[in-house]
Design a protein around this ligand. Sequence first.
Ligand code: CMC
Length: 391
Amino acid sequence: TGHFTYDPGFGSTASTKSAITYIDGDQGVLMYRGYPIEQLAEKSSFVEVAYLLLHGELPNKTQFSAFENEITHHTMMHESHKNFFQGFHHDAHPMAMLAASVASLSAFYHDDLNVDNPEDRKLAAIRLIAKMPTIAAACYRYSIGWPFRYPRNNLEYVTRFLHMMFEVPSEPLELSPVCAKALDLLFILHADHEQNASTSTVRLVGSTGANPYASIAAGITALWGPAHGGANEAVLKMLEEIGSPDNVETAVKRAKDKNDNFRLMGFGHRVYKNFDPRAKIIREMCHKVLAEMGVNDPLLDVAMKLEEAALKDDYFVERKLYPNVDFYSGIIYKALGIPTEMFTVMFAIARTAGWIAHWIEQHETPGSRIGRPRQLYVGAAQRDYASIDKR
Ligand code: CMC
């Protein structure tokens, strides 16, 4: 029993080899397939990054347009899939609807799917990347009682999604170009992050041979928690609660108090101990979006003051707690008109590319076996069953 390595939270266990994403937490380096995140953020697009994650190489023009066409071809939801939504209470959390809805894809595309066939795996990846924005927009529109919009397949991925979210008949949607650019950037930055909790969940479920839709649905549920993808929603709620730069000091004090459960949401990361390279990029975009859209959000003042206060506070310095990617993403989402409850759904759309790339890599790796962590048993020693009247 005593011969297992005890590693709670998997702080020092590599559960797999992977060729997809590289992180150096001390240097603040993040690369997808060898390409630094800074270069991808500046020059690439989410759809191209999805191709890169899946195939390992950047596409040439022909490969890119073929990939884009395939995605466009699969953007629709099955008409009867839409009926699922009618079963949800109108104020159900969009993440609850998203997880259930994606899991239900396995009921639509299950019988003919062979996880050992590379073509089937690829089709599942395309379907998921294509349908995710459609399902996500449906979650939002159901929650506000609006009819769903069909995907407009003459538009690009991110713009198409924004139309499904916000468009109403007979009123053309006026989108400032910075909106689509900012959302595309957020999707690029969130597309993959090696063996985080949700990706490890996808791999663990995938390791049993479960179908990809069920595996991704499990990833979505893992992402939902406030310590992971739910942080973006938690950050905005926290900033609203703090309310004014004058209250920042009290918030910092509370975050340091070990008798208080309050944490500074959007601060700290298991891997990044110097800075989160995604946070650097996003911070800049956040200012740009607010300036170009003419938004004057007092929450940004709270965020700036909080960042400044925490960065010079010994507690945060000693523990190497820096703003992470989600400290700023919520402010951008808010400026784009995306409601707080949808923030983690946004993260899920982007991370689907990474999840499914990992699921495919796992199936392509010879000798992959079922994930089966061990434990150190600390329960009762053997004892005899006593009948209920003797207890
Ligand atoms: N506010 C206050 N104290 C903190 C915070 C925080 N946000 N994060 C960590 N600490 C303290 C923690 O109390 C502990 O102190 P001590 O050593 O005195 O007990 C020390 O820092 C180490 O923290 P930990 O919980 O052992 O670190 P972890 O690697 O297990 O957790 C984390 C990482 C991201 C879950 C955590 O920092 C956290 O809860 N942050 C807030 C939530 C958040 O922003 N999550 C988004 C992560 S980035 C998006 C994503 O990838 O999903």
